[in-house]
Design a protein around this ligand. Sequence first.
Ligand code: NAI
Length: 701
Amino acid sequence: MPATNASVWKTPAPRKMEFGPRDAAKVFTHWRLSMGPDDIAWLLLDRSSESTNTLSESVLAELDMALGDIEGMGAKGLVIRSTKKGGFIAGADIHDFKGVTEAREVEKRMRRAHEIVDRLAALRIPTVALIHGYCLGGGLELALACKYRMALGDAKLGFPEIMLGLHPGLGGTFRLTALIDPVEAMTMMLMGKTVHGKKAKALGLVDAVIEERHVENAVRAAVAGKMKKDGGNWKSSVFGLRPARQLAARQMRGEAEKRAPKRYYPAPYRLIDLWEEHGGDSKAMQEAEIASFSELLVSETAQNLIRVFFLREKLKGSAKGESGIRHVHVIGAGTMGGDIAAWCAARGLRVTLADLDRNAIARAIGRAAAFYDQKLHSSIERRDALDRLIPDFEGAGAAKADLVIEAVVEKLDVKRKVFDGIEPKMRKDAILATNTSSIPLEALREGLTFPDRLVGLHFFNPVAKMELVEVVAHDQASKATLDRAHAFCGAIDRLPAAVKSAPGFLVNRALTPYLTEAFVMLDEGTPKETIDRAAEEFGMPMGPIELADRIGLDIGLEVVRMLKDRLDDPIADIPAWLEKKVDRGETGRKAGKGLYGYDGKRKPKKGSGAPGPGPEMAERLLLPMLNTCVRCLREGIVEDEDTLDGAMIFATGFAPFRGGPMHYARRRGASDILETLRRLEQQHGPRFAPDKGWDAMSGET
Ligand code: NAI
């Protein structure tokens, strides 16, 4: 057979294949096809020039060619597997989705892709998808077109399309709902969560979970028709009946509404409609899937969420390299220090945790244990993570650590004192980081012997949820320190955003006018629930009142005071009642009382009778935030609009379907925002005065 690629079989398999292909019979650019023992054909995917396998149009086109060859090879069975270390196939190649505007064009491309996957499904020989690592989206759809799916130990299967404002588009909707309990199938697709091998087996999504050394027997058994397959799902026949689907669909819509409003996130609702209308009729569902997927893909929501995907990639890209950090010493075991320590230990680092208060350390370890119980899959992982997290009341870890992170109270003098004590103990190649929310690093580096090794690593609360870390530079930080700090973020699976040291950096500075405007509205008599609703209806994950409580009113107050002291930003006055509240210890969620009261599950007790928000409320809250973003860009606090958008989304949850504050401003039109700010300035005062940066954006001089 002619080869399309001269290089024969160079990449090693991810693990030793004890049973598998012989010499390649045909080498494509991305695939390699060969006949193995027992006349079983092996089709291996090794996407050229990529570290991860994704399904692109060219990968699918070659699959089509390979299927043609397989049909003529006289094979008794076919195994598809990946030779990449990370996994089987991580999904569709998102580059193919970017910037598309024509639904009809997408539909044409999707039909062609469906024909290829259908061709695989129609092969008359037993087909096996041998899955390790990630098997997501289009990868899972390919696997679903095989007759058998076998998961190796670390397999993770799922449909994350919903996060991109889409639903599965390559046969996933009808193949998954036909294979397993349709309600479980819909939940998987609606939630976008991945399942591990064992759970996949319990669901009937895979036929076996095996070890590498059992591949031979398992493949032989499958090809010989001796592998036990669960005999159909009785629930599929129940949900073949429309009234049963209607009932379940109603519940699903209710659940979806709680998580994502239809007008901003149409995909879940489209998926539910699709199943309710056509469930049980694969052909009709396939047609509807193609049409619905194509329309969704060109929608503003999906394109903005695809933008967010690439923003994440960009931030990740700046976290490459080797940090050399294996041991982290955290000082301050409060809300932030405790959670940073727990997170680092979960990501495989040795962590020593110090505090003046033994109880604070004990509480932090307790929180970490609860977090590991929830998030880590095996008891061994949980035990290992806890072993790595070492209480260190004496602070002995500081002398051995590669990185010391200070997370004590937000007071310059306290932090300086901590630095004085810690710097002489640190190794000469270790980095000193501060988690300060707002204190300029130039003030903190005063008095240090090695100011070049100081950097800001500003994590967000809650650490496990908010992916961003602002990596704060200052005038004497060395490039090596900054590079290592970025790489450290990558190593612990967080996204670094480079910011300059200026009061509040980017995120807190931009959030401040959003929060303080909410306090002004409270003073005007607007109920807190109404204020929060205004922001939530714009698409924020929570309103400013709830957020202020979440941050901690004491921390928020310090930040606002400091920004008012050090900046010319027109920030509203701090209300006296807020200071009194903090003095009384009503500091928010952590205290069980703040602007809201809190129930036993630490949820805010919100009244239900508050009126809906007025038309300008969201503008009053959001535009000052956008105004500050423009100011930060103009002042060079952050380098570019993409970094700014990524930072605001991954640190604050800024409505992802809007693509970030700057993207939103550009889509809406800078002149429109400028005009609205001017109007608000006239109505409410100089805190709405538009920044000069808008002029350039709106094309004015
Ligand atoms: P916290 O009040 O919960 O914890 C501070 C801890 O530091 C306490 O356990 C205290 O005992 C300990 N501590 C105080 N002085 C100490 C010293 N000299 N040596 C050792 N331990 C000492 O405060 P939180 O909220 O964790 O904030 C810590 C830092 O993180 C602050 O700089 C804050 O601005 C920053 N930050 C806070 C965020 C939040 O949402 N709470 C978000 C991002 C940063």
